[in-house]
Design a protein around this ligand. Structure first.
Ligand SMILES: NC(=O)c1ccc[n+]([C@@H]2O[C@H](COP(=O)([O-])OP(=O)(O)OC[C@H]3O[C@@H](n4cnc5c(N)ncnc54)[C@H](O)[C@@H]3O)[C@@H](O)[C@H]2O)c1
Length: 338
């Protein structure tokens, strides 16, 4: 993006919003507007045209229509998982930066292709992961060393949805994975900021609803990660139909413990004496606002881009390996039963 040399003020990026009529797209619109000019929106949903009218930008049904009709520097992409790669590849082919929802990619192969396309175009592909901008998680990362050598973690993340999954998340083709890819992406990314990539992961995939079992979309996943070279081990449990909505990360170390729940991170000594705590009462939108402003302000930052891409590649690789191991185990079982 060229800088405005006359008064040394960086111009606001011009942004195309892709998938803006959906849940995340609508949540981001006012926040994107604070740091960028929204110059157009792409979404084939029936409600999209009137929403674009309301917000005062031109609407396009397909991404291809927008090129040539509107000038933009970057796109904010909030589409179903199956659409991520083709939308991002098209944007990069037209030399545009991408700020996108998770997952960065759905397979390691697609992640590597996306990185290649981004590097070739010298553009950014930045993933929106709000925990990286949440002060409580920042405190946890920065203070992890105070608990000594970590040897165990336990991470729970559950929704308490009382009904079966609907929409694209209930379609194997569009969702590509169940809770591991959808909710678990956040957790694997948080752990990626604290620990190395786990060399070994054992998984159990569980289903609450028969139709989700039939579509091979897990409602619950339980993971056991081990890091034989350091002695660290840890487990994760992620689900959509728990009895309570909860997120809780606990890390045990040789010198103490670190606990993180939304709004508060606490350090304890071995034996349970509270040593320090960090609370954050701000609304979730504050973390989203600083994440969006940060990404929009770092589109041309090649160092940030490079670190970000490597972290996302590791997150995608971990998840992809778990799914591929499951597929291999299922195929071996089918072969044995045949
Ligand atoms: N960070 C979070 O906490 C969080 C929460 C919810 C969703 N998400 C992510 O956001 C993304 C979207 O999820 P959602 O819940 O908003 O879905 P959604 O179904 O509410 O919205 C998706 C929108 O994309 C549109 N769309 C579909 N294909 C398109 C295409 N090719 N081009 C342009 N628009 C297209 C749809 O018409 C729809 O309006 C997913 O990647 C999901 O994982 C993240």
């Amino acid at each position: 993006m060229p800088s405005d040399r006359s008064n040394n003020v960086r111009p606001r990026p011009r942004v195309l919003v892709v998938g803006f009529a959906g849940h995340q797209g609508k949540e981001y619109l006012p926040i994107v507007r604070e740091s960028a000019d929204v110059v157009g929106g792409v979404d084939p949903a029936p409600a999209a045209a009137s929403l674009a009218d309301e917000w005062g930008f031109p609407h396009y049904d397909f991404l291809g229509e927008a090129f040539g009709k509107v000038d933009f520097d970057a796109a904010v992409v909030t589409v179903p998982h199956s659409e991520h790669f083709s939308v991002c590849a098209e944007l990069l082919a037209h030399g545009r930066h991408v700020i996108k929802e998770k997952p960065f990619a759905v397979t390691e192969r697609e992640a590597r292709q996306l990185i290649h396309l981004a590097q070739r175009a010298d553009r950014s592909v930045l993933t929106l992961l709000q925990r990286n901008f949440n002060p409580v998680f920042q405190f946890a990362r920065e203070n992890l060393a105070r608990i000594g050598e970590p040897y165990w973690f336990s991470y729970d993340y559950h929704f308490n949805l009382a009904h079966p999954t609907t929409g694209w998340r209930a379609s194997r083709e569009q969702a590509v994975g169940g809770v591991l890819l959808d909710m678990g992406y956040h957790l694997i990314d948080v752990l990626g900021g604290m620990f190395p990539e786990p060399p070994r992961v054992h998984s159990a995939f569980v289903h609450h609803y028969q139709e989700m079992r039939d579509r091979r979309l897990e409602d619950l996943v339980s993971l056991m990660c081990s890091y034989p070279s350091t002695g660290l081990a840890g487990s994760l449990r992620i689900s959509r139909h728990h009895y309570e909505k909860i997120e809780h990360l606990c890390v045990l170390g040789t010198e103490g413990a670190l606990n993180v729940v939304p709004g508060v991170a606490i350090l304890h000594s071995v034996g349970g004496l509270q040593l320090d705590r960090h609370t954050w009462e701000g609304p979730k939108t504050d973390a989203v606002r600083s994440m969006m402003a940060h990404h929009l302000g770092h589109l041309d930052d090649r160092y940030f881009r490079q670190d970000h891409l490597q972290r996302q590649l590791a997150t995608v690789r971990t998840i992809d390996r778990i799914y591929r191991d499951r597929t291999r185990e299922r195929n071996e079982l089918t072969d044995r039963c045949a």
